[in-house]
Ligand binder design. Structure first.
Ligand code: MOS
Length: 702
């Protein structure tokens, strides 16, 4: 029986359930020290001096002079130092590192830092520095607007969001083999490897990065672990001993990346029949103090900014700018949840302005196969916007429910969205990801740099390989993501692990099957010795993209989604309670239906938090609610029943037709919920929809 499409046992499930799985804080090495970080307490300024308030002879203290290589966290641009060199740009910026054998002693170690403060910038609109600017142009905007009967304008705002993986960031650096080995809670071991080679000035073969069992990532372990691994390595090399650094929740929330806040403006021309004839969109994102991954977050943001709607005359202008808060970075959805929130709330406002049914307005404008996106990409037969909308509307009895709830303290709203799978544009070609498959006496072992972070990487990869080789799922093993043993399969991000890396693995398995011929694995090994097949990403021939003009095929494939949310408003407290959420997602192929539904449920719950609960409060450049008691994410009791519907329309270049699924589910809940609030006559254009905001908007609305 084929494994694909079956709910097989998770590869890492037994270890997690029995407690045998080892997370980084479960590990210990002989002579190991514990490390900690002295961080900036001001948002911006010069450092005059630092003075430890303890006897330094009993401690390992490391600063900039102890960095063997270049003082940067190598990623897109080398602008972020590993340790502040004379000046700081944000609160919690690392300044000095300490290590001690006694973990408790670290908490009490104080270092006096003398600063010369400068004036911080918190308002992105007033930022002196643009990290990245992107312009997408299609057709002739002036001509488009000249055909418009109505012009609808609006501004929409989204806040920070904290990834809040269960396991905080943590690593252990072990000096060995004339270099360093880092074990850690990681999404992207090869990002860490690349950063350490530069920071430590070591040849690549002297740096080894090993992922330990990882308790969630959501993008939050995409860039910061390179910083943390750098700190632990600097201390370990200075001490000549292993150093463990595991953040507690407060430090993790204060210091590490969040979702970029956004301000998105729409000016839309609409013909009298409801057809959208011109879209002028401006996207402003707050990048925080350093560039990190902001250019690619902005890129995905602007590429999704039109929503899944056809229009011949479009301009999308995006900027991400510097402010004096900790750098914002990757978070599930990577810019798209921000711009899709704006697009879908704006769509609802257009339907109000035209007094047109919101479903009808969307039906009229949504992408269909053969339509072109803002970058001129022609959508294929797997474009499913109409299908997901139709399914969600039918399943929820949307029209009747909308009638029934009218004029009550409850509302129903929907959102239609899409999400590109894999790296943007030429990104996959530049990554040139590789995957390997090693023959074993009973089957095969998968060798990929892709990480299991709770989403099911190992399981779905093994299912794909088992079917391509024609062997039982149980006979496929998966190696640890250890840079000493596995090739660089690209980062585990961007909803690419199934569609892109899964496809490379499928090609490896097909080649291995051909090499085996009629021989069993054991017989092949006996006759010919070891067999390892390695394949690289192969760009589908028809995909074309230009980074210069931002024209072409932005993504190989898109997933399509429609959410319907029903909410109630407490008449006294103005709290919004989601009552029911329907999530229809078209994902090409559900390799493992239960895991796929789990991705949708989890992403939807995280999107509900984004919509109504999760507010990162900044005071003087520091997160003021850096703890789980007052940064509130949805618990089971805050999460309504989620009705998950998976539709499948195959992408020809995905394994078994699969597209991405990891990120898309978080795109839809916030606009669906805010549109449900709009159904109560409340003009809200900002998330999170906290009781204060809902009260304010309720009092000015009719
Ligand atoms: Mo990342 S937000 O895990 O693509």
């Amino acid at each position: 029986m084929p494994a694909v499409g079956q709910n097989v046992l998770r590869k890492e499930g037994r270890g997690k359930v029995t407690g045998a799985a080892k997370y980084v804080d479960d590990l210990s090495f002989p002579g190991m020290l514990y490390g900690s970080t002295i961080r900036s307490t001001i948002p911006c300024g010069r450092i005059r001096s630092t003075r430890p308030e303890f006897d330094p002879s009993e401690w390992v203290v490391a600063g900039v002079p102890d960095i063997p290589g270049k003082n940067v966290i190598a990623l897109i641009e080398d602008d972020q130092p590993c340790l502040a060199d004379g000046r700081v740009r944000h609160v919690a910026e690392p300044i000095l590192l300490l290590a001690h054998a006694d973990r408790e002693a670290l908490a009490g170690a104080k270092v006096a830092v003398d600063y010369e403060p400068e004036t911080p910038v918190y308002d992105p609109a007033a930022s002196p520095r643009v990290f990245k600017e992107i312009l997408i142009e299609k057709g002739d905007l002036g001509k488009g607007f000249s055909r418009a009967a109505r012009v609808v304008e609006g501004e929409y705002r989204t806040g920070h969001q904290e990834q809040l993986y269960i396991e905080c960031n943590g690593v252990i650096a072990v000096p060995e083999n004339g270099g360093i080995t880092v074990y850690g809670s990681l999404q992207c071991p090869y990002y860490v490897h690349k950063a350490l080679v530069v920071l430590l000035g070591l040849p690549p073969e002297r740096v080894r990065v090993v992922q330990t069992e990882t308790g969630g990532g959501f993008g939050g372990k995409e860039e910061y672990p390179s910083m943390l691994a750098g700190h632990a390595s600097i201390l370990a090399l200075k001490a000549g001993r292993p150093v463990k650094m595991v953040y507690d929740r407060v430090e993790d929330m204060l210091a590490t990346t969040k979702r970029h806040p956004s301000i998105v403006r729409h000016r839309t021309g609409v013909a009298s029949d409801g057809r959208i004839v011109a879209m002028d969109i401006d996207v402003l994102m707050d990048g925080g103090a350093y560039l990190t991954l902001s250019p690619v977050v902005l890129s995905r943001g602007v590429l999704h900014a039109t929503g899944p709607y056809r229009c011949d005359d479009v301009r999308v202008h995006g900027r991400v700018v510097m402010t004096n808060t900790p750098p914002n970075g990757a978070f599930r959805g990577f810019g798209a949840p921000q711009t899709l929130f704006a697009a879908e709330v704006h769509m609802e406002r257009i339907s109000e302005a035209l007094e047109m049914d919101p479903v009808r307005l969307r039906e009229l404008n949504l992408f269909r196969p053969g339509d072109t996106t803002a970058t001129g990409q022609v959508l294929g037969a797997d474009c499913s916007a109409a299908e997901v909308l139709r399914e969600a509307v039918a399943r929820t009895g949307f029209d009747a429910r909308r009638q029934a709830l009218s004029g009550t303290n409850a509302g129903i709203g929907l959102s239609l969205f899409f999400h590109g799978s894999g790296f943007t544009g030429g990104g996959e070609v530049r990554l040139a990801s590789r995957a390997s498959l090693a023959l074993t006496p009973t089957g095969a072992r998968i060798l990929v740099g892709s990480t299991e972070i709770g989403q099911g990487t190992r399981t779905i990869h093994a299912q794909i390989v088992a079917d391509a080789l024609g062997i039982p799922y149980e006979n496929v093993e998966v190696s640890d993501a250890d840079t000493a043993c596995v090739p660089d399969s690209g980062p585990t991000v961007a909803s690419r692990t199934c569609m892109v890396v899964g496809k490379i693995l499928q090609n490896c398995a097909l080649e291995m099957k051909a090499r085996l011929g009629s021989l069993s694995p054991a017989r092949y090994l006996e006759l010919h010795g070891p067999l390892v097949v390695t394949r690289e990403y192969e760009k589908p021939a028809e995909l074309e993209w230009s980074d210069e003009t931002y024209r072409g095929d932005a993504y190989g494939a898109y997933g399509w989604g429609c959410n319907v949310a029903e909410v109630e408003r407490d008449p006294d407290t103005f709290e919004i309670r989601p009552v029911r959420l329907t999530a229809v997602c078209e994902i090409g192929k559900a390799i493992h239906p239960t895991l796929a539904a789990g991705q949708i449920e989890g992403g939807t719950a995280q999107g509900i938090g984004y919509a109504i609960l999760e507010e990162v409060v900044f005071r003087d450049g520091a997160m003021a609610n850096a703890q789980m008691t007052n940064y509130v994410v949805p618990t089971t009791l805050d999460t309504p029943p989620i009705d998950v519907v998976i539709l499948e329309s195959a992408y020809p270049h995905g394994p078994h037709g699969a597209k991405g699924i990891g990120e898309m589910p978080i795109d839809g809940p916030a606009p669906a919920i805010v549109n449900a609030i709009r159904h109560m006559g409340v003009d809200l254009r900002q998330i999170p929809a906290t009781p204060e905001r809902v009260m304010e908007a309720s009092c000015v609305s009719p």
